[in-house]
Write a protein that binds this ligand. Structure first.
Ligand code: ADP
Ligand code: MG
Length: 580
């Protein structure tokens, strides 16, 4: 076939394909337009998952009647003048493509009135062609009505998923923009049913409640962080509140929702050792930075952005999130001293006596006011004289689990996971000082493959900092003269191998993370094993040590260290509810 320029109609349908993939893309573009027009009320009506109708009504600045036709013209925009403006875009739109694209694959009616005029105007576009224009009396603002989306591109229509899926996409677009704009009142109707609305009060937590429910919103942890290049704000879920995918990890760069796997990675890494592998936090994080530090023109629907200094941004995000999480931890810990169960559930009774029996179960062993710590008094440290541990050891099951009585019921503790957590925190704390190290009576020689040997060589300074004395002995072979005292009984060879094991599979360990990783691996190797019978003293020591951990609930790899059966649950299981 000879080369020829495509007819306008075909060209615009091709272009539309990039911007309008599915009904929710229409909703997204139209919401962005309303926000750019400074609307503070946006109502969205959807019928048949957006295939029949998408209508968006805003009370923004409006479009003068004589510009209506221009608005639906490709590359027509009021938001950009010259190419340089691209590098300081402060509006959500700037490409001048959305209305033209939507108009070329649907039947579109655009009605608008600017408040300075008495009358508004309206135009109707079908398959990209302007059919009619009219004058009409409407309130100030803009209404865009999109009917029969993809009526002229049946292939697109076929690619749509079930109505349920398309509706879900629409809901998530609306909730995302509502979170980014708490001062805007959003209403979403699906087939005449009001399915979502926000108050538009400007309070982000209120919007969070609308999106995630009050219970979740209440638990969210606030993030406030600032460095020379980045201001970070918003909310993240505490470690106990997670999801099985990244779908609820939302990021906004200068108010623009963006998807960036590296951003979610920075956040999940900040949760490292606090949540299980394969679980993800809920986040609503706002990154603010000078507009010229971020390029927003790299993606047709502007869902991705490019940062000038990516590394700097991700480090900032990681630091901000980590700080917020750590600042959040001591509160849990204090609660925990007051007798809250270790998952942060409700406090059964802060007078719970460690030596005595829970008041709910019998006699209280005297008032123990000394055990009550007000928030802020003990800024994170564990007070010294704690008396007997909060968990009372009852016994061991299957030489693997400890059984204990706690403030609110029964606890099963995985001895291996718990010991891992204890060793991990001790080593992490000790690495600042010079950790006690124990010379081996007989130094051990360990052989490694060339690749592992290279890795190990790189890690030697880190290992030395942890209390290892290891030296290269010949190609691929190393001599171990001392190990951290914490590692006491474990085989030096196993520990050394454990140190490099994980690093081999992960080619790009983050600096700083290497040490943590090594520590986690080493602790795994050194921890008591499942199947190992513990004496009562050993079991008790483990429980006391676990209590003083910052994150007693999970092992460094994120698995739970314990399971809790509350008194409540036991009562229900035994049919004991109600007075008897
Ligand atoms: P862009 O948003 O990239 O400029 P669009 O095709 O989405 O391109 O919109 C074209 C123009 O129409 C906008 O620049 C704006 O001037 C006008 N416009 C669109 N929607 C609205 C609205 N809801 N309120 C006011 N003006 C609007
Ligand atoms: Mg736009």
């Amino acid at each position: 076939m000879p080369i020829k320029i495509l007819p306008e109609e075909v060209a615009s349908q091709i272009a539309a394909g990039e911007v309008v993939e599915r009904p929710s893309s229409v909703v997204k573009e139209l919401i962005e337009n309303a926000l750019d027009a400074d609307a503070d009320q946006i109502t969205i009506q959807v019928r048949e998952a957006g295939k029949r109708l998408i209508e968006i009504i805003d009370n923004g600045s409006g479009i003068p009647p004589e510009e209506l036709e221009l608005a639906v013209h490709r590359h027509a925009t009021s938001k950009l003048d010259q190419a340089e403006d691209l590098f300081r875009v402060s509006t959500l739109g700037f490409r001048g493509e959305a209305l033209a694209s939507i108009g070329s694959v649907s039947q579109l009616t655009l009605s608008s009135r600017v408040s300075s005029e008495d009358l508004g105007g309206s135009i109707r576009v079908e398959g990209g062609e302007v059919l009619e224009a009219a004058e009409l009396g409407i309130p100030p603002g803009t209404t865009v009505r999109v009917e029969h989306l993809f009526y002229n591109v049946p292939a697109r229509l076929k690619f749509l998923k079930t109505d349920r899926t398309e509706k879900r996409h629409i809901n998530s677009v609306v909730s995302r923009y509502s979170l980014a704009n708490p001062a805007v009142r959003f209403k979403l109707y699906q087939d005449d049913e009001l399915v979502f609305q926000t108050a538009g009060s400007g309070n982000l937590q209120e919007t969070l409640s609308a999106v995630h429910g009050v219970k979740t919103a209440k638990q969210m942890v606030q993030v406030i962080y600032e460095d020379s290049t980045l201001r970070l704000g918003g909310f993240i879920s505490p470690p106990g509140l997670t999801r099985s995918n990244r779908g609820e990890m939302l990021f906004f760069v200068n108010q623009r929702p963006v998807q960036d796997p590296a951003l979610s990675k920075a956040v999940t890494q900040a949760y490292h050792t606090l949540i299980m592998k394969g679980r993800y936090p809920i986040t609503v994080l706002f990154l603010d930075m000078p507009p010229d530090n971020v390029d927003v023109n790299v993606h047709p629907t502007k869902a991705e952005v490019r940062f000038k200094d990516k590394g700097e941004v991700f480090r900032g995000v990681g630091r901000g999130v980590r700080r917020a999480l750590l600042a959040h931890t001591p509160v849990q810990e204090i609660n925990h001293l007051r007798g809250v169960n270790l998952w942060g559930g409700p406090a059964p009774d802060h007078r719970y006596a460690r030596r005595g029996v829970d008041p709910a179960w019998g006699v209280l062993g005297g008032e123990q006011e000394g055990l009550v710590f007000e928030q802020g008094v003990n800024s994170g440290q564990i007070p010294a004289p704690l008396g007997a541990p909060i968990l009372r050891l009852i016994g061991q099951v299957a030489a693997t689990y400890l059984v204990a009585e706690g403030p609110d019921g029964l606890y099963l503790i995985d001895q291996h996971a718990a010991h891992e957590r204890i060793l991990f925190e001790k080593m992490m704390a000790a690495r600042e000082k010079s950790p006690p190290s124990q010379a081996l009576l007989e130094s051990a020689v360990v052989e490694f493959s060339p690749a592992s040997a290279d890795l190990l060589k790189e890690c030697l300074p880190t290992l030395a900092g942890l209390g290892f004395e290891v030296e290269e002995f010949g190609p691929g072979s190393f001599v171990v003269r001392a190990v951290p005292s914490l590692m006491g009984e474990s085989s030096p060879e196993a520990i050394l191998r454990a140190a490099v094991e994980d690093l081999e599979v992960d080619e790009t360990p983050l600096e700083g993370k290497i040490e943590e990783k090594i520590i986690a691996r080493v602790c795994k190797r050194a921890a008591v094993k499942a199947g190992q019978v513990l004496s009562a003293e050993e079991g008790e020591k483990l429980l006391v040590d676990l209590e003083s951990c910052q994150s007693p609930r999970t092992c460094p790899h994120g698995r739970p260290t314990m399971i809790h059966l509350s008194v409540d649950l036991l009562e229900r299981k035994f049919g004991r509810t109600g007075p008897m």
